[in-house]
Every structure is written in structure tokens, then in C-alpha cells.
Design a protein around this ligand. Structure first.
Ligand code: ATP
Length: 488
């Protein structure tokens, strides 16, 4: 366990680090964040004892580091400094072997089997064994960085202090190195303190983060307590947005550029929808921010093309996503720029209508087939039959994340109300259907013009969506019934 208590220090009478305290337990990683010049490297120097502290103390297992002779301290604490100057051209093996100096009685006079094992293991961990005989001054910056990390690992110390260990590394080597360090922390119960410039990497790999500004601690805690939009913005003096990691409960940030590409203003209009018996297609001049449950590109993203494709009632392929992807590409559109849905309904019966209000306008597009009507409150084993209601809500305005979700809720409620009014029934239970078992919904917005933070039924936007989806679904259901009657 490493204990840093009220550590203060700097250079001459220049106080750089002010009253920093924290504890790092065995097996865990503390990441130090902060802008250039905030004192991160100076804090590391104070912790390692390279720079004497003006006040405060650093303790290892309860004992002050000042009580350890240098070699004993080096057996307990290994340091990877930020800058590596090497006057001699050593080979990789020689450089990594230097990490064993605290374990030597005299210079390499007592090279033991344990020394050999530690050096080989460290080289393997950093994937540099094949460079063993290479001179480090003939290696790239990233390769050299891995050699110096291996040197620190070869030291076999319980505490590792790392100053930007991922410096110079490509994304795969960053991940490999941090995976290795994390694994070492867990398996060997190492205590690790590491400086990071990359906030997202720090959040992913560290158990605790410490945000430093002008030498003082702004915040310390778990990543979700430290990677907060407000603090990061004010400390780094830059605009960022905070969002969740797709797989881990660790916050991530995205930089928001100060200068944006010039984007043409774009207005979504109902008359720009291309409706044929093969599909409903809307092509936007600018990408729209989109949330959907489509077949291709479900979830959230920015897309220009929106396709609701007609498929035959007998459509049955193993990999519908791949088949739909191929179809989009064959249509001359890019899958990376297109959201794709499917329906067995005649797409020429799609209802597309524009609804205007003071804030701007919304275009609603619905295709509805209800041979597959389902009362969602009745859990019944059922086979999937043809019939889908696809609902699009395209908004001229700037939607918040909350508004995207509220728009989906409002649209779903309006759709369900339309099914109730038209008395569409679940063929299995005989009760009023709430939807079909394969419905899709899409909300997209230009993110230009009026800011629309909410889309519940109490708001102007929510009212347009509610009325619009209800009316369009009713009309689409009526056309579906007409088409069905014609085919009988
Ligand atoms: N040897 C030194 N003598 C005097 N001042 C120094 C010395 N080293 C650093 N400083 C000063 O201390 C302050 C903090 O520097 P430090 O290197 O600790 O910051 P940092 O947060 O690690 O920065 P970076 O992100 O740029 O690496 C800076 O203002 C710097 O100029």
C-alpha cells in the first residue's frame, strides 16, 4: 500500500505540488490526470523521492520512504520516467537488465537465475524478446518505450510509478501495454500510480483517478467521480462531452472541436421522400443525428440515407443484416451512411406527412401492416408472421438525448392509440394489439435551428409527434386494410 500524505514541493522556492494526499491499495491503479504543467511529473518525482519534499510524507506499508536506503527503496518502487536519455547505446537485453540493479550485490557480479527469469519475463510481457540484441538507439520511439516499461517490470518492485507509459505507442500497443500492467497489478498485487494524457484510457484502466490543476487536487475518486464534464472542461479549458463506454461502466469523453466544417443548412420536407413500390427512401443533404431500431445501423449515429425497403411476405434469410447491407450497397448507397429497415407492406402505401409548429417542423413517415398484431401485455408463444409498423420521426431542430428518448416514447404511445382506435387485435389472444412483434422506430434530427430539449406530450414537439404518428398510423392502417381487401 502506498500512502501519500500532504505532499508539497517543487524546485527551489517554486512550489509546484501543493498538499496532495491519496492512498493506493495493492492490486489497484491510480491514474494522475491534469493539463500540461499542472505538476504531474513533479508529483511523481516527489513520490519516488528523486525530488525532496518540502513537507508531507510518502509511506510504503506505513513506513516513510526516507527511512529506506536507496537500493532497498528501489526494490520496493520502480519508476518509469517521462523522458529517457541514454548516453550509451545499450542492447534491449542490457537495458532491461539494468532494472535488476537493486537486486545486485555488485554490478552484475551476482547475476542469479531469478535475475534471468525476471528479465526474460519482462521482455516477454512487453513483446520485445525478438529485439533482445538490438541497440535501443536503433529502435522507434514506441519500441523504446516498451523496453523501458520492461526495465521497470524487471525490477520486480511492489510499487510501479509510470509517467505516461503509453507515450509513442500505437493504439494496439497502448491496449497491450495497459492490459499487461493491469494483469500484473491484479496477479502480482502491484500498487501502480501512472500519469495519463489520455483521459479515456485512464478511465478504462484505472481504479481511481486524481485530477491535478496548478499542483492541487481538484478531484480524486473512481473514474465516474472524476471524469465529469464540468471539471474536465474547467481544468483543461476545453469543450468536451461525456458519454458511457459501450462495454464498461467507465465514462469516456469526446472533444468538441472549436472549429466546425461548414455545413449547409438543411430542411427536411415530406415532398423530398422518394416513395416507390420497392422502398421509401429519404436522402438528406446533411447527416442527421439518428436513434433507431432498424435492421442496419440500429442504435445511434449520424446518417444521410433512410431506407424502408419492401420485402416479399415469404422473405426468410439467415442473415438479414448482411442481406440488407448488400441490398443497400447494390442500390448505390453506402452502408456507413444509411439506416435500413424492412417491411412486407406495400411501400407505395407509406404515409409521409409534415407537421408544422412555431418552433419548426416534423416529418412523420409510417408503413403499417398488422397481420402480426401483438398484445404485448400477454406473454404467449407465437410464431413470427408478416406485419410490421415502421415509424419515422424526422425533426427540423436540435434534439437533446432526452428528447430522442421521449420522442420514441411519445411515438410508441401514439401508435398504440391508433391500433386501439382501429381495434386491431392480437389474433392469438383476441385482445387489442399494442403493436406488432417486429415494429421499428426511428427518430432523426437535423441538429440545426431551434433547440428542443424535450419531446414529451407536454411540449410543442411532443404534441406534433403524438398527433402526427397517430394520424399517419391510422391512415397507414386503413390503406393496409384496403390492400388486404383487394387481395382477397
Ligand atoms: N527542473 C525544473 N526546474 C524548475 N521548474 C520546473 C522543473 N521541471 C518542471 N518545472 C516546472 O514545474 C511545473 C510543472 O511541471 P511538470 O513537468 O511537473 O508538469 P506536468 O503536469 O508533468 O506537465 P506535462 O503534462 O507537460 O508533462 C511547470 O511549470 C514546469 O515549468
Amino acid at each position: 500500500m502506498l500512502n501519500v500524505i500532504g505532499l508539497t514541493g517543487g524546485y527551489g522556492d517554486k512550489k509546484i505540488v501543493k498538499d496532495v494526499s491519496f492512498t493506493v491499495n495493492k492490486g489497484s491503479i491510480l491514474g494522475i490526470l491534469g493539463p500540461n504543467g499542472s505538476g504531474k511529473s513533479t508529483l511523481m518525482k516527489l513520490i519516488s523521492g528523486v525530488l525532496p519534499a518540502e513537507s508531507g510524507e510518502v509511506q510504503i506499508e506505513g513506513s516513510s520512504i526516507s527511512t529506506f536506503p536507496p537500493k532497498q527503496l528501489a526494490r520496493k518502487m520502480a519508476v518509469l520516467p517521462q523522458l529517457h536519455t541514454h548516453s550509451f547505446a545499450h542492447t534491449v537485453r542490457e537495458t532491461v537488465s539494468l532494472g535488476r540493479y537493486p537486486h545486485q550485490e555488485g554490478w552484475f557480479s551476482s547475476w542469479s537465475a531469478e535475475d534471468e527469469r525476471a528479465v526474460l519475463e519482462a521482455m516477454s510481457l512487453m513483446d520485445i524478446r525478438h529485439y533482445e540484441k538490438t541497440q535501443i538507439d536503433q529502435m522507434s520511439g514506441g519500441e523504446q518505450q516498451r523496453v523501458f516499461v520492461a526495465q521497470a517490470l524487471a525490477q520486480d518492485a511492489g510499487i510501479l510509478l509510470l509517467d505516461e507509459p503509453t507515450n509513442h505507442l500505437d493504439i494496439n500497443h497502448q491496449k497491450e501495454l495497459l492490459d499487461t500492467i493491469k494483469k500484473q497489478a491484479i496477479e502480482k498485487e502491484l500498487t501502480i500510480v501512472s500519469i495519463f494524457h489520455d483521459i479515456n484510457l485512464a478511465s478504462m484502466y484505472c481504479d481511481q483517478l486524481l485530477l491535478l490543476d496548478k499542483g492541487s487536487v481538484v478531484r480524486i475518486g473512481e473514474p465516474h467521480e472524476v471524469v465529469r464534464e464540468k471539471d474536465i472542461k474547467s481544468v483543461y479549458k476545453t469543450r468536451i462531452s461525456n458519454h458511457p463506454h459501450p462495454e464498461l461502466p467507465k465514462p469516456q469523453i469526446t472533444l468538441l472541436p472549436g472549429v466546425k466544417n461548414k455545413i449547409a443548412t438543411h430542411q427536411i420536407c415530406a415532398e423530398d421522400f422518394e416513395i416507390s413500390n420497392g422502398m421509401v427512401l429519404y436522402r438528406s443533404a446533411t447527416p442527421l443525428k439518428t436513434v433507431s431500431s432498424a435492421v442496419v445501423n440500429a442504435g445511434s449515429g449520424w446518417f444521410r440515407n433512410f431506407m424502408n425497403r419492401h420485402v416479399d411476405a415469404s422473405y426468410n434469410v439467415d442473415d438479414s443484416v448482411q442481406e440488407m447491407t448488400d441490398f443497400i450497397e447494390k442500390s448505390g448507397l453506402k452502408t456507413t451512411d444509411t439506416v435500413g429497415m424492412m417491411t412486407a407492406v406495400q411501400t407505395q402505401d407509406a404515409i409521409v406527412k409534415e407537421y408544422e409548429s412555431l418552433f419548426g417542423s416534423v416529418v412523420i413517415a409510417v408503413t403499417a401492416g398488422v397481420g402480426n398484431g401483438v398484445d404485448v401485455s400477454k406473454a404467449v408463444e407465437r410464431s413470427v408472421r408478416v406485419g410490421t409498423i415502421n415509424t419515422w420521426i424526422l425533426v427540423n431542430g436540435v434534439l437533446s438525448n432526452e428528447a430522442f428518448i421521449q420522442a420514441m416514447i411519445t411515438a410508441t404511445e401514439a401508435k398504440t392509440k391508433a391500433l386501439q382506435v382501429r381495434e386491431v387485435r392480437d389474433p392469438l389472444t383476441g385482445t387489442i394489439a399494442t403493436g406488432t412483434s417486429t415494429d421499428s422506430c426511428l427518430v432523426a434530427a437535423t441538429q440545426q435551428g431551434e433547440s428542443l430539449p424535450y419531446a414529451g406530450p407536454i411540449t410543442e414537439l411532443g404534441k406534433l409527434i403524438g398527433v402526427g404518428v397517430f394520424e399517419c398510423t391510422i391512415k397507414a392502417l386503413d390503406l393496409y386494410e384496403l390492400a388486404k381487401a383487394k387481395n382477397l
